[in-house]
Design a protein around this ligand. Structure first.
Ligand code: R5P
Length: 292
């Protein structure tokens, strides 16, 4: 027997997943003490053996992480030993190496915190991996990791005639390649140098996009800086219509997503890993398949 529990950031998605796998949905009550500390309560007395807990890590990744950890540890106290964390947007993956001797390696710490709190298995969507690959991520902690991808569905939800798929940076190549394969078209990657957390400089290489419809593909839009820079350059190079597909609508800046439209992108196509108005693709079915 399995139940799906929903954290505060993803009750809708948790219910959809419960529906897909025909399991009971149980809400986790969350409240706050006057100083902001969290209070978690599971009032359902008959919890099954296997628990799937759905919580996405945006907005407010710090709060969402603590909420998830408190819930996992509570489930452990309640005697549950089969705990699956469905974290459709997995935060804390950016900081994946130590550039200077005093830097924290967030992804390692977070994976170990999840394991210590009792998580046996993690299911996530299009994990933001740069220097680490999936196998290296799996080595960080004693958790089985299942990654599913929404890129094919996102590509299929776009509607441009004879498009070329463009990755706004080299790291996004793997998403562009998947989208191009789904659409049976070609793809290319731009080269990006990050000047500051909100400023990037992109060079274009030899891609010929003159008169072409473009699908820009990436896993995340955060400030929107990467997509904006890419779209502006593509426009200068004479490209025609530009649509953007991306899995996680982090939208961390107040100018995003408006800045994407101002840069000439005509349509944004995203998923519901984070609640947003451009979520045209639901990842519930993909996650359900991974949960077997
Ligand atoms: C690389 O840094 C990533 O692949 C994304 O391009 C990035 O996270 C998007 O960030 P932003 O929207 O802030 O440019």
């Amino acid at each position: 027997m399995t139940a799906v529990l929903g954290g505060s950031s993803a009750p809708g998605l948790a219910k959809e997943i419960a529906n897909e796998i025909k399991a009971r949905y149980i809400a986790v009550e969350t409240g706050h003490f006057p100083d902001g500390e969290l209070h978690i309560n599971i009032t359902e007395p008959r919890l099954p053996k296997r628990i799937i807990y759905v919580q996405t890590m945006s907005p407010a990744p710090n709060d969402k992480l603590i909420e998830a950890l408190l819930t996992f540890d509570l489930l452990k106290d309640l005697g549950r030993r089969e705990i699956v964390a469905v974290l459709p947007y997995l935060g804390y993956t950016r900081q994946d190496h130590r550039k200077t001797p005093g830097e924290a390696v967030n992804v390692k710490t977070v994976m170990n915190l999840l394991a210590d709190a009792g998580v046996n298995e993690l299911v996530s969507v299009d994990i933001h991996l740069h220097r680490l690959n999936l196998n290296e991520l799996k080595q960080l902690a004693d958790i089985e990791i299942n990654e599913v991808s929404a890129i094919k569905m996102l590509a299929e939800a776009s509607a441009l005639e004879n498009p070329i798929v463009i990755a706004p940076d080299i790291e996004a190549s793997r998403w562009a390649e998947m989208a191009a394969e789904a659409l049976r078209t070609d793809y290319g990657a731009m080269e990006k140098k990050r000047k500051s957390p909100s400023e990037v400089e992109i060079s274009f290489g030899d891609l010929d996009v003159d008169g072409r419809n473009i699908i820009l593909a990436d896993d995340i839009v955060s400030t929107g800086g990467t997509m904006v820079e890419a779209a502006q350059i593509l426009k200068k190079k004479g490209s025609s219509d530009i649509q953007a597909i991306f899995t996680h609508a982090v939208f961390s800046s107040t100018v995003c997503p408006g800045n994407l439209f101002n840069a000439g992108i005509t349509e944004l196509i995203s998923t519901n890993t984070i609640r947003n108005e451009f979520a045209k693709v639901s990842v519930a079915g993909l996650v359900a398949e991974a949960l077997d």
